[in-house]
Design a protein around this ligand. Structure first.
Ligand code: C2O
Ligand code: CU
Length: 547
């Protein structure tokens, strides 16, 4: 996708005028049958012609698949994407969010409901909503230029779809790097026949934060990363501004940050350099990330002003963990407690105990804990980046508040990864030989910012074909020097060996991960790295159901 410059963003905002006159995106025609509206690629912004021979996102097959989900009662939600000021806890930033809060107000619905969300776009840029992890009707998947037209500034769009699976999900835009602003919120689909028993529920959303800090924006970070490392001076001499290493007090950055200088030596107009090099993590197989974030947040709060979750000693608490970050894996532990892992990416697993978990961007884990007596840190370590985010579990009045920088010993305890889990028997993918294998080699690197699948940067007109009814194997071969959280839209795949059902899975450098899914949800579905900067520089493609 294009990288909007300040100028084009401003231009779009000016062209939008008051916004009201331009509220002509298809979704603003409320009450219309979506099946009759043109969400097709021709109405998108990419200008790429849609290849023939594939099902349309708003075609009859998609409507038929939706009808089979038996859409139930409506759950109405109104969301406004807007520029706002967010209080991270003693520090305010200008950013973009859903309403005036971070994360956005959680959406909670029940399995079988029809979710009806009206998105009003008050941003200066076009946007969309993507429902991460849901197997939903394709024309509601929120990918501009592929499954719908952009929702332009001043316009609105109604998302309307049946909820087919219970679990922990989240939503965010699928436009540029908007997700790395404050535009994200959890989506919880409750199971009316919930098999787990628990007293309390705590939704915990992790995020790496740069927007509005000392002039930085995700677009400026993308522009800096997209220049690659070609413009940097590798001699260790004057080209490096080591002052950039210090970040904010209490948030020492591991490794080295660059200069923010363009190849020509022009200072970056939008904030200090945020390029991160040399961040290492054995858990991630080497290079941990590309972006030096000044802040790491739990539920929108800095570690110095953490959210406190109140419970009673002995309470069984279901914690729903979501990594909404742009470029950070989080290692998570609750001081003094063991975690019983019950779900990942919405789907149940055979319960497993762990002291720590590692979440790539886009991944979710549900855990049960039995609360002890006191005040305990829920710490999210920015893996390989030597910084932490914090929330506090407090039962009763006793116990001093944990220190902001505390690193509970459990962080270095027994860590369970998705590959060690097994799917719960009722969601196991039945054994079947794949009818088709789609091979996706993860290629490119930070030096040239040429992240891609099979050496080809994202082209919205490209299709990897699949056919309805097939068992499809996606084979991700990571030839890069970095880990990638790969994500498939509209389906949950199975990790090998009766592994968990997931929609996002970490592929370490130099390894191959083969995942299987049943092609049972017709349409055009994205596959991409959930590092938003890798996706935006090219590691993204489209699986298309053949007509
Ligand atoms: Cu969480 Cu393609 O998205
Ligand atoms: Cu990646």
């Amino acid at each position: 996708m294009r990288t909007p410059t300040r100028r084009t963003v401003l231009g779009a905002a000016l062209a939008a005028g008051t916004g009201l006159l331009t509220a002509c995106s298809s979704g603003s025609m409320k009450g219309m049958d979506h099946g009759s509206m043109n969400h097709g690629p021709t109405s998108g912004t990419t200008g790429a012609a849609a290849p023939a021979g594939y099902l349309a996102p708003n075609g009859p097959e998609v409507a038929a698949a939706e009808a089979r989900r038996n859409p139930g009662p409506e759950r109405k939600v109104a969301l406004t994407a807007t520029e706002t000021t967010l209080d991270l806890g003693g520090r305010t930033v200008r950013s973009w969010a859903y309403g005036d809060r971070l994360p956005g107000q959680e959406v909670r619905a029940t399995l079988g409901d029809t979710l009806a969300v009206t998105l009003a776009n008050h941003l200066p840029q076009p946007t969309t909503l993507h429902w991460h992890g849901l197997a939903l009707r394709n024309d509601m998947d929120g990918v501009p230029g592929v499954t719908q037209a952009d929702v332009r500034p001043g316009a609105s769009f109604e998302y309307r779809f049946a909820l087919a699976h219970p679990g922990t999900y989240w939503f965010h835009p699928h436009s540029g790097v908007q997700q790395d602003r404050g535009l994200y919120a959890p989506l919880i689909v409750e199971d009316p026949r919930e098999p787990l028993a628990y007293d309390k529920e705590w939704v915990v959303v992790l995020d790496d934060w740069v927007d509005g800090v000392d002039g930085s924006t995700p677009d400026a970070v993308l522009a800096e990363l997209a220049r690659g490392m070609g413009g940097m001076d590798h001699s260790g001499g004057s080209g490096h501004d080591m002052a950039g290493m210090t970040g904010m007090p209490g948030h020492d950055m591991a490794g080295m940050t660059g200069t923010g200088s363009a190849p020509g030596g022009t200072p970056n107009a939008a904030g200090p350099s945020r390029m991160l090099m040399g961040a290492q993590s054995p858990l991630l197989g080497g290079d941990a990330g590309d972006v030096a974030y000044p802040f790491h947040l739990v539920n929108g709060r800095l570690a110095t002003a953490p959210e406190t979750f109140a419970a009673k000693p002995g309470d069984r608490i279901r914690i729903r963990l979501v990594n909404a970050g742009g470029d950070t894996a989080y290692r998570v532990a609750l001081g003094g407690h063991e975690l019983t892992v019950t779900h990942t990416d919405g789907f149940p697993v055979e319960p497993a105990t762990a002291q720590a978990l590692l979440l790539g961007m886009g991944e979710r884990y549900d855990v049960l804990v039995t609360a002890k007596d006191g005040a305990f840190p829920l710490t999210a370590l920015a893996e390989g980046k030597n910084a932490t985010a914090l929330a506090v579990l407090r039962t009763g009045g006793g116990g001093a508040a944990p220190d902001a920088a505390v690193r509970p010993a459990e962080l270095d305890g027994r860590l369970v990864t998705a590959g060690q889990l097994r799917a719960a028997p009722d969601v196991r993918l039945p054994a079947k030989a794949p009818d088709r294998t789609v091979r996706l080699e993860l290629t490119g690197g930070m030096a040239k910012a040429d992240w891609a699948f099979n050496g080809r940067r994202y082209d919205p007109a490209q299709r990897y074909p699949v056919a309805a009814g097939e068992r499809v194997r996606l084979e991700f071969r990571n030839s890069t020097a970095m880990w990638h959280p790969v994500h498939l839209h509209g389906h949950s795949f199975a990790l090998p060996g009766d592994g968990p059902r997931k929609d996002t899975a970490v592929v370490l450098p130099g390894t191959t991960l083969a995942v299987d899914f049943d092609a049972d949800n017709p349409g055009l579905w994205m596959v991409h790295c959930h590092n938003v900067y890798h996706a935006e520089t090219g590691m993204m493609t489209v699986l298309g159901y053949r007509a």
